[in-house]
Design a protein around this ligand. Structure first.
Ligand code: AMP
Ligand code: GLY
Length: 422
């Protein structure tokens, strides 16, 4: 069978790589893909605008595509799944309405309150003056968030009122996040350790994936600006069996049921970003897709078929699918362009020292292939991902792989996984 994957990041390289491993898969197309997907066996890139739904439909018909997996949030929030499913093309991803869980922070916070899902206290505003007035009524630190999609960068942690005023000015007045900042959420700062809980959800059925932890801040020790994620490892020991059960009972099942009650049952990867402190859990955000970079270490551990997992969810047969995992630990370290998550230069030629891919995989993100060479084309360029018998070994293997890759201005965090090793 033929498969189409929408997206161009490290997550999509990992999805394509995993799909291509199934013997019954003939071709995996990635729109638009990167140098990593270009070089992958059985995988090819397709130059198409992922917001041109008609072009995608035409391509699916022409290439006899039997499964579409939508990687990033933008096409989901724009309704790509609804469109393709209305043309009888099997598509794995939530509907436009269900994707509002990620597409609007006000929507998701109101949803949490309605369905009694634990989250930080908040208030949302579409009026600048009222939001400024609110700053006199709260304690600090506080968190100011643009309502809409901002590529993981629309959240500003403010130590005091001055910083919060600056944040509101940049969102409301300077339009730092464009229309995503027409509304803001101001919420209580939560203390604790973060974890990513990702599941495959199909209507009233859930298969939780193995746990993981991301590293959002750009610098070692979690300092500096927030990014899309600088590295992740799996499993995350912070999610003990008791916490795991609590997340399912208090977050995942109520969310799944709430979406059914709203008339927008879920299909796809559902990602809860959580803050955990002792045995207290709170939801920071929902994403309507697989995490990037969490996908890379998680898929390195998946032994059963990803294609069958997605198809059984689409066919409402998730209860017949038995998910199998490699018991090893995994760790992925993002290699980024100097300057990221702010402005950075692209088009740097990448050199690779020889390496073995056993127990390790270099996933590409912001790369492109030209004249037999790989060049950088984005902020996050690679995710060097590896397995190990324990997290320490997985971390070592991942950093050994990082050492094999070089380009001008490359940087990476040196402490990915340390929190899980302590
Ligand atoms: P979000 O997009 O809402 O998940 O926020 C991105 C990142 O900002 C999270 O992964 C946290 O690191 C941080 N963050 C968001 N909300 C809070 C909060 N209420 N308290 C502390 N940190 C937060
Ligand atoms: N790694 C965070 C995200 O995918 O949003």
């Amino acid at each position: 069978m033929n498969i189409l994957i929408i997206g161009s990041g490290g997550r999509e390289h990992a999805l394509a790589w995993r799909c291509a491993q199934d013997y019954f898969v003939k071709n995996v197309f990635v729109c638009p893909g990167n140098a990593g997907t270009y070089l992958e066996n059985k995988v090819s890139n397709v130059e198409m605008d992922s917001s041109d739904f008609n072009a995608i439909e035409k391509f699916c018909v022409k290439e006899n595509i039997e499964l579409v997996i939508v990687g990033p949030e933008q096409p989901l929030v724009m309704g790509l799944t609804d469109f393709l499913q209305s043309k009888n093309i099997k598509t794995f991803g939530p509907s436009k309405n269900a994707a509002q869980l990620e597409g609007s922070k006000t929507f998701s916070k109101d949803f949490f309150v309605k369905y009694n899902i634990p989250t930080a206290g908040y208030k949302s505003f579409n009026n600048y003056e009222e939001s400024i007035h609110h700053l006199d009524l709260i304690s600090y630190p506080t968190v100011v968030k643009a309502d809409g999609l901002a590529a993981g960068k629309g959240v500003i942690i403010c130590e005091n009122k001055d910083e919060a005023v600056d944040a509101l000015n940049s969102i409301f007045k300077d339009k730092a996040f464009g229309p995503a900042g027409n509304k803001v959420v101001i919420e209580d700062f939560l203390d604790g350790e973060e974890a990513s809980f990702i599941a495959v959800v199909s209507k009233n059925k859930i298969i939780p994936l193995v746990t993981s932890q991301d590293h959002k801040a750009v610098g070692d020790g979690d300092v500096g600006l927030n990014t899309g994620g600088m590295g992740a490892y799996s499993p995350a020991p912070i999610v003990t069996d008791a916490i795991h059960k609590k997340i399912l009972d208090e977050v995942m099942y109520p969310t799944m049921q709430g979406l059914i009650d709203e008339g927008t049952p879920y299909l796809g990867f559902l990602y809860a970003g959580l803050m955990i402190k002792d045995d207290d859990i709170k939801v920071l955000e929902f994403n309507c897709r697989f995490g990037d970079p969490e996908t890379q270490p998680i898929l390195l551990r998946l032994n059963s078929s990803l294609v069958e997992l997605c198809l059984s969810a689409i066919n409402d047969e998730l209860d017949t699918y038995s998910i199998e995992w490699n018991e090893k630990h995994s760790c992925g370290v993002v290699i980024a362009s100097e300057g990221y998550p702010e402005s950075y230069e692209s088009n740097k030629e990448v050199s690779f020292a020889a390496y073995e891919e056993e127990n390790a995989k270099l996933f590409h993100a912001g790369t492109l292939f030209n004249n037999d060479k790989v060049f950088t084309s984005g902020g996050r360029v690679f995710c060097a991902t590896a397995l190990g018998n324990n997290l320490k070994e997985a971390q070592q293997n991942a950093y050994n792989l990082v050492d094999k890759v070089n380009f001008e201005g490359a940087f990476f965090r040196k402490d990915i996984g340390n929190k899980g090793i302590k």
